[in-house]
Design a protein around this ligand. Sequence first.
Ligand code: ADP
Ligand code: ZN
Length: 700
Amino acid sequence: MNEASLLETLKEYFGYESFRPLQKKIITSVFVGRDNLVIMPTGGGKSICYQLPAILLPEITLVISPLIALMKDQVDGLNANGVPAAFLNSSQEEADKEAIFQKIDRKEIKLLYVAPESLQFVDRFLTNGKISLIAIDEAHCISSWGHDFRPAYTQLGYLKNRFPSTPMLALTATADKATRNDICRQLNIPNAKKHIASFDRKNLSLDVRQGIKRFEQITDFLKNRSSESGIIYCLSRKNTEELAAKLQRKGFKAEAYHAGLDHQERSQIQDDFINDKKQIICATIAFGMGIDKSNIRWVIHYNMPKNLEGYYQEIGRAGRDGLPSDTLLFHSYSDVIQLQKFASNARNQDVQLAKLDRMKQYSEALSCRRKILLSYFGEYLEADCGNCDICRNPPEFFDGTIIAQKALSCIFRLKGAEPIGTVIDVLRASQNEVIRRNNYQELTTYGIGKDISWQHWQQYLIQLINLGYVEIAFDRHNHLRLTEQAKKVLFDNEKVPLADIKEVQAQAKTEKTTIAESSLFERLRKLRLKIAREEDIPAYLIFNDATLKDMEKQRPMSDSEFLMIEGVGRKKMEDYGYRFIKEIIAFSKEKRETKKPKKTKKGSSLEETLKLYKADLTVEEIARQKGVTRNTVFTHLMKLYDEGKNINLKRYVGKSELKSVKKAKKKLDNPNSLKAYFEHFEEAISYENIKMSLKILEKE
Ligand code: ADP
Ligand code: ZN
C-alpha cells in the first residue's frame, strides 16, 4: 500500500493531513501481514492504526474491545466519518444480531467490534480468510500482571490458531515490560513486531502542590475554567460525594461518581459528562476507563494515587485532542501514610511499597517532574520539560545545615520513638497531651524551632527523609528515626542544602486566555451541542475541540476551505459543513456590523506567515515559530501566492520536479486529481510539492 493512498484515506475519512509518529510504520506493518504489538499512551492515536487499514483491506476487520459503552461510541464515531462499522455484544436483541450477520454476509461492514464474551456468535460464520485483520484493544486485559485483568480475555489465545493467516494487532497503553511479553505469549503472537511510542504527553502540564486548603485551591484553579470539563480523583467514595456537594454549593456543575452507585445512575452521569451537561466529575478511579472524551481539559488528584502507572493513566485522560491541558496533584503526608498501610496489607506488598515509593519521589521531586515520570517508563528526556511546576518555578536552595541539625537532634532526643507530628510539636514548643505525658518540655530541643511554621517543618523533614538522614519506621507507628548518615550532620558539620519552600499559591493560570462567551469557538461549540442533541450522539463525535479551534483560526467559508480543517473528512464536510460555515459567516458579519474592524484571525495568521517569509525564514522555522505544522505553512504560502503576494514557490520546488509534474499533467487521464499524480510518481514527489508545482503551472 503506498503512502499516497494511505494519506488520502486518512484525510478522506478522518480529516487529518499527516500521521502521528509510529502510525504509518504500524499501518505499513499491518499491510505486509505481520502481527504487531502497539504500546502507545492514551490519546496517542491507537485507533487509526486498525481503523484505517480496515477501510482499505478487502475483508472485515474484527476488533475485540472490553467495554460495551466504548464500543458503541467508537462505532458511532466511525459511522459519522462514513466508515461502515457495527458491534456485537450481549446487550443486543437476537433480531439486531441477525441484521448485522446479514450485513456481514453482504460485505457491507468494514469493522466489527465484539466483546470477548460474545466471540462465540461470530465464530459460527467467520472462517479463515474472511477476516482481514484482528485488532485486540486494551490488550493488557489479557494479562494478570496488568492492572486491569479480565478473565474473558484469556480465551483470546485461540484466535491465532483459528485464523492463522490473519494478522493480529494488539494495542495497549500499559507500559510495563512483564505485561508486554505476557500479552504476546497469551495471544500466540511470539513474533509480533513491537511498536513502542513515546509516553511523553507534552500538552499536559504537571503540577504538584501541598495538600493544604485543597478546596480553596480547587475553586481558585477553576476560576478561569468555567466552561472546561475536568475530573477530580479522590481516594474514597465519601470524599467524592462531599467534594461534589461542596462544589455544587459554589455553583459548579459537579457530580460524584463511584462504584457504589447503581448502573443506571453511573451511565447517566457519564453521558452528561460526555455531552458537556456536567462539567466536573468527582470520582474514584472507577471512573474513566470507559470514557472516550477528547476535550477533558484538566485532571486533579485530590489524593495521591498509589503508583505512577495509575497516576499517568488518570492524568492521561486529559487532553486527548492534543490541546494544552492541566493536571494537578495534591501531595499530603497523611495520604502517604494511609497508602503505606494499604500496601503493606497487600499480597505482593514488596512490589506495592516500592511502587508507592516511586510515586512519593515524584511528588517530592525538586527537579523536572516529567523527566522523573518518563524515566519510570524507561524513557530518557534530554532537556527539562518547561511544562511542570518545577521547571516553571525552580526551587532555590539555601544552606539548611542549622535547620537540619535542629531537626536531627530533636529526633535523637526523642529516641526515634515519635512520628513526624510530635517531632514538629516538640520543635515548635507546642503544648498537648503527648508532650505533657512524656515530659517532652524538659528536653533541650523543646522549642528550638519556634520560628519556623508547622507546614515548613513538615516540608523540611520530608526533604531530610529524601536526603537519607531520616527514615520512617512504617512497621513501628511511622516513627522517625535517624540513619547512619545523620551523624555526619550532627557531629561532622556536613552541609545540608535545603530547597526554599514557596508559599502555596493557589493562583489560577494567568497566561491562559479565557474563552469569552462571545467567541467564535463558543458559538461553534453551541452549534455542535445542538446537532449532537438532534442526532443523539455525543458532541465530540461530531467534531472535537481541536477541530473547532482550527475552524476558529482558519475561518473556512467554502466547502474546499472547510475540508482543509484538521479533523474534517469528506463525510463530515458533507453532513455538517454547511451549518458550520453558515455559523462562521454569520459570526464574521456580525463582527463587521458591530463596527469592530478587527482583522480576522485568519488574516492575521496569514499576514504573520507573510512577514516571516519576507524575513527569509525557512518553512521549518516559520512552522516552529508559529507552533503550526509544515503543512499549514505551505497551505498559507499557497494562499498568499493565490492572493497575488510576492511568494516564490519555486524556492521549494526543484526544477526537475516541476518539469516532471508538467509532463504528467499532459499525460494523466485525470490531471485534476492529486491522487493520480501521487500514484504516477510512486511517492517520489511529496504531496505539498505536487500541489505547489500545480499552482506554479496554473499561473504560467
Ligand atoms: P488512543 O486510542 O491511543 O487513546 P485515539 O485513537 O482515541 O487514541 O486518538 C486520540 C485523538 O487523536 C483522537 O481525537 C484522534 O482523532 C486524534 N488523532 C489520531 N491520529 C491523528 C492524526 N494523525 N492527526 C491528528 N489527530 C489524530
Ligand atoms: Zn519539567
